[in-house]
Structures are given as structure tokens and as C-alpha cells.
Design a protein around this ligand. Structure first.
Ligand SMILES: Nc1nc2c(ncn2[C@@H]2O[C@H](COP(=O)(O)OP(=O)(O)OP(=O)(O)O)[C@@H](O)[C@H]2O)c(=O)[nH]1
Length: 518
């Protein structure tokens, strides 16, 4: 019976697919040297009875971690080494193929992926949601747990680092614009489980401070402490913790913005608040604050200070302290209370994120500022148009303005920034930020007058070029900052010899915009 036979033929793959239980996957991320391979070895050597396959990704030609894992695994099939690239970007396609192959082989109960130290968790996680005819990965594999390891000794220094990946020879591809502290925060904010490793080398108060900060940065994550990755395996395998939706909502700043206030950690004075205003920032005053110790001392200084009484600074920071003091001294129009905050006397901001309205003439009236800060790197870049700057008839269907609207239906320009700090006196810090907002008199003067002000933030932005970029009329390659690899904003780059940074340029992060708008 030909028809019955062909029916059986077509049914077979479907039956097979239904029979395959999606292979659960744990991804280990964390900076170079955080302890990923050590944890992987522990997983492989433990007495759990699971047949575990591993994928080890290494940036170098020589996959050292794979050879370590190779000395432990029982069969060649169990280990896949992916090298010379990163599974979050250049090797993403290969990852998809390999995971599908391991899953379909039916030989394994579990898959552990050790990513490179520089891999971004979001694109790796997204790989598991790909639906294609060749490799519908979600049918055969299931992302179970995202684990991020932190090095308890280097965490503060990495968070405070001004380095870009390129500076450390960590960049997996050319024109990599990422910086170290932002990547660290990304790995942390996207995790289901954060392991603070190497606690044998750190003192208890330092570990406590890191733990408090991690809870604040990612309230969704389970936070564990370990020496040499010694954690209960059930806390990282088959936890069922990963959910794409939950991961997208996980960052502490986003929760704060949505009004889901995270309980404060009084012991380490890890606190947060949302700065909201319907008036713009005065560019010179804001610039002085951004250049001050409030933003540039970060976690290292905080981790070296007594809880709630910050002020002690790491060696080699004397120069920066002097610069900050100079910034404080030169900040005209700022009160003594604000200057004290700028000297770090009210603690430090470790992470802040949101949108800002800058009184930068017509440019500021038209374009939103995307505020993204981690550690000591503060980025404030002109991004998409305020809805109020677009004729209402041109709004996409169903579009509502970002926030506040006046009776005439315009006026969504505003500032909304989540501020997370350590050893931070939030009342004093918020008051200092508010002194950077225009006064009644300045506000009344309006955009024409603002355009005459000295504007160290966006004074050198070519708005026409920015408009063209926004409208997608320009070839990205021609953009200054794509070339130098740094974001726009003098606070971020400021390196000698970077003409592009000095002249102009700004990059946009659409994902962040979308997040901020969500
Ligand atoms: N003292 C101490 N050393 C540790 C601990 N965990 C790992 N190490 C050591 O730190 C070094 C780096 O650990 P790895 O496990 O190779 O780190 P990794 O994250 O895999 O590093 P990359 O592969 O370079 O990304 C090794 O020498 C480990 O033995 C720990 O908890 N305490």
C-alpha cells in the first residue's frame, strides 16, 4: 500500500523528533581567568551519572581549555573545541550546528558550553531560539542555565577599568567597540546563577560587597560563593532557571525603572534611585559632574573603603583624584554640597542607565540622549528623536510618546535614569544631579539661548550627520567612531591621538533604546 508506506515515511522524522527530549544546556561565562575551566573540570569529574558533552570555545588558535577538558573526557565525541573566534559573534553559526549535532546524536544527557571570557551572553542565548529548516535548535536543545563566574579578586578592578577589549588584546573581531566594564556588567546582568569564585583569595568584606552589588545589579540571579568552582552541581545543572523573557527583564536597572524596587543592602550601602525630570540638563554642569569622582571612583575605591564610609582610594588613583578635584573646582554654578558629592564624599555611582534630555540647543530638543554607564565609563550619546520632535501625523500607528505629554499632545522630552551606587548617600547624590538640571530662568530662556551655551557634551556633534545616520542614509563604514572603536562622548575615550573622538562621532545602540523605551 503505497499511500500507507509514504505516510509512514513522512511520519518517521516527526516521530523521531517527538521522541528526542531536548538536550539541556548550561553555559559558563565569565572573564578570562575567572575559573570557568576549573568549574568545567569539576562538573566532568563529579559522580553524577550523566553523560555530559562539552563545547569549549577559545579565542586563540590553540584551545588550551579544550585540551584540559580533553584530558578528562572519556570519548572524542564528547568534546567539541571551537577556536579562533567567539560563539557570540563569528562562530555563532558553528555553535548552532554543533549543538544540534550533539543533541541529535542521542548520546548525551547534558551539554555544558564554556564560552570565551569575552562572549556576550545574549547572542549566545538567542542562538537557542533560532528556528530554521536545517537546524531548528529549540526542538532538540533547551537552554537550562546561564552561569557567570566572577573573579572575587579582580572584579573591582575590571568594573573600574577604562580599557576597551582591544586594549587588552581581547577583541574577537576588528573594530570591536566594547569596553571591559560594560561586558562584565552584561555577563552579570544576564545570568541565572552568578558564582563569586576565588573567595579563598579575597577577604570577607570584599566578597560581601561584591555579593551585595551583584544582587542589586541582577536581582533575578542566584548568587553563590566558591573556591575553585566548588558549588553544588544541582545549582548549575538542570535548574530550569533560564527563560528568555525573564532574562530580558533581569537587570536591576530595568526593574527599578519599572517600579519593582529591589530591597536595599544597608550593610554595604548599595542603594539606587531613579532620577526623573521634565527639564533638560545644563551641559556644562552635567559634564563637570560626569567628570568627577562620583562617577570615576567606582567599585575599587568602594571595595577598599569601610562600608558606608567611602573615601579610601587605590594606589595610583591620586592623579585621578586631583583631576576630579580640579573638575569640582572648575564647575561654575555648582553648590558646595554638589562639589562635596563630586569629591566622592557621598559615595560612588557604579551603574546608571536610562535616557536624558540635554539642553543642547535644537539638537537636544530633537534627539534623546542614551545614558549608559558602568564602572567609570559614562556614555551619553545622542540617539533617536523625541516623539515630540516628530509631527504627530508621522508617528507609526499605535505609537505613544515615551512618557509625559502636555495638553497639546507634545512634550515627551524627559530624563529618566536609574542610578545604582555603593556607599552612596542617595539623597545627596540625587540632589547633586538635580543641580545639573536647568533652573527656572534657564528653562525659560529656551533652546535658542541654550544653543549659545558652551556645551562640552554635544557641542561638537554634527547634527546633520546624526540625522542622516538616524534616517539610515549613511554608510556606517564612514563613521568616525566605527573606525576608532570607541563610543562618542569625551568621558569615554579622550585618548590622545584619537582624532575621530575629538572631532565627532557617535554610535547608537538600538537594543538599549528599545530596552529603555520598553
Ligand atoms: N586560588 C584560587 N585559584 C583558582 C580558583 N579558581 C580557579 N583558580 C585558578 O585560576 C586560574 C584560572 O582558572 P581557569 O579555570 O583556567 O579560568 P578560566 O575562566 O577558564 O580562564 P580562561 O580559560 O582563560 O578564560 C587557574 O590557575 C586556576 O587553577 C579559586 O577559587 N581559587
Amino acid at each position: 500500500m503505497a499511500s500507507a508506506a509514504s505516510g509512514a515515511d513522512t511520519a518517521a522524522p516527526a516521530l523521531l523528533e517527538a521522541a528526542i527530549k531536548p538536550l539541556p544546556v548550561t553555559i559558563l561565562s565569565g572573564f578570562l581567568g575567572a575559573g570557568k575551566t576549573t568549574l568545567l573540570k569539576r562538573i566532568l569529574q563529579a559522580d553524577h551519572g550523566l553523560r555530559i558533552a562539552v563545547i569549549v570555545n577559545d579565542m586563540a588558535e590553540l584551545n588550551v581549555d579544550a585540551s584540559i577538558a580533553g584530558s578528562i573526557v572519556e570519548s572524542k565525541e564528547q568534546l567539541v573545541a571551537m577556536q579562533n573566534g567567539c560563539i557570540c559573534c563569528t562562530l555563532r553559526e558553528d555553535l548552532l550546528v554543533e549543538v544540534a549535532r550533539l543533541a541529535k546524536s542521542g548520546s548525551f544527557d547534558y551539554l555544558v558550553i564554556e564560552s570565551t571570557g569575552v562572549s556576550e551572553p545574549l547572542p549566545v542565548a538567542e542562538t537557542f531560539t533560532f528556528e530554521s529548516d536545517d537546524a531548528p535548535l529549540s526542538k532538540v536543545a533547551r537552554l537550562d542555565t546561564m552561569v557567570t563566574l566572577l573573579d572575587a579578586v579582580n572584579f573591582g578592578a575590571d568594573l573600574d577599568s577604562m580599557d576597551y577589549l582591544e586594549d587588552r588584546d581581547w577583541a574577537p573581531k576588528e573594530e570591536d567597540e566594547r569596553n571591559v566594564s560594560q561586558l562584565l556588567i552584561d555577563q552579570l546582568e544576564f545570568a541565572d546563577v552568578v558564582i563569586i569564585n576565588k573567595i579563598d583569595l579575597a577577604d570577607e568584606p570584599s566578597v560581601g560587597r561584591i555579593e551585595a552589588l551583584v544582587h542589586r545589579l541582577n536581582p533575578h540571579a542566584k548568587v553563590l560563593r566558591s573556591t575553585k568552582g566548588d558549588v553544588p552541581l544541582e545549582s548549575i545543572l538542570n535548574t530550569g532557571l533560564f527563560s528568555m523573557e525573564e532574562a530580558a527583564r533581569a537587570p536591576g536597572w530595568l526593574k527599578e525603572l519599572r517600579g519593582e524596587h529591589v530591597p536595599e543592602t544597608e550593610e554595604y550601602a548599595v542603594t539606587s534611585f531613579v532620577l526623573r525630570s521634565h527639564r533638560p540638563f545644563h551641559p556644562a554642569r552635567l559634564n563637570a559632574l560626569m567628570d568627577s569622582k562620583l562617577f570615576s571612583a567606582g567599585a575599587v575605591a568602594a571595595s577598599k573603603s569601610v562600608a558606608g564610609a567611602p573615601g579610601a582610594h587605590a594606589e595610583g588613583e591620586a592623579e585621578e583624584a586631583e583631576e576630579a578635584a580640579a573638575a569640582a573646582a572648575s564647575s561654575e554654578g555648582l553648590s558646595e554640597a554638589t562639589k562635596a558629592v563630586m569629591r566622592g564624599e557621598a559615595g560612588y555611582i557604579v551603574r546608571s542607565k536610562g535616557i536624558a534630555w540635554v539642553a543642547s540647543g535644537e539638537g537636544g530638543m530633537t534627539y534623546r540622549g542614551d545614558w549608559s554607564h558602568s564602572g567609570r565609563l559614562v556614555g551619553l550619546e545622542p540617539a533617536g528623536r523625541w516623539w515630540a520632535a516628530i509631527p504627530k501625523e508621522n508617528w507609526p500607528e499605535g505609537m505613544t510618546p515615551y512618557g509625559w505629554v502636555d495638553e497639546e499632545g507634545v512634550g515627551d522630552r524627559q530624563t529618566e535614569i536609574v542610578v545604582i551606587g555603593m556607599g552612596m548617600d542617595k539623597e545627596r547624590v540625587e540632589a547633586a544631579l538635580r543641580t545639573c538640571i536647568v533652573t527656572d530662568e534657564e528653562f525659560a530662556a529656551g533652546p535658542a539661548a541654550w544653543a549659545e551655551w558652551e556645551d562640552p557634551i554635544w557641542g561638537d556633534v554634527d547634527w546633520e550627520e546624526h540625522a542622516a545616520e538616524q534616517d539610515g542614509e549613511e554608510d556606517e563604514e564612514e563613521h568616525g567612531h566605527d573606525d576608532c572603536g570607541h563610543d562618542h562622548h569625551s568621558h569615554e575615550c579622550g585618548e590622545e591621538g584619537c582624532d575621530e573622538c575629538e572631532e565627532d562621532g557617535h554610535s547608537e545602540d538600538e537594543e538599549d533604546n528599545a530596552e529603555a523605551e520598553a
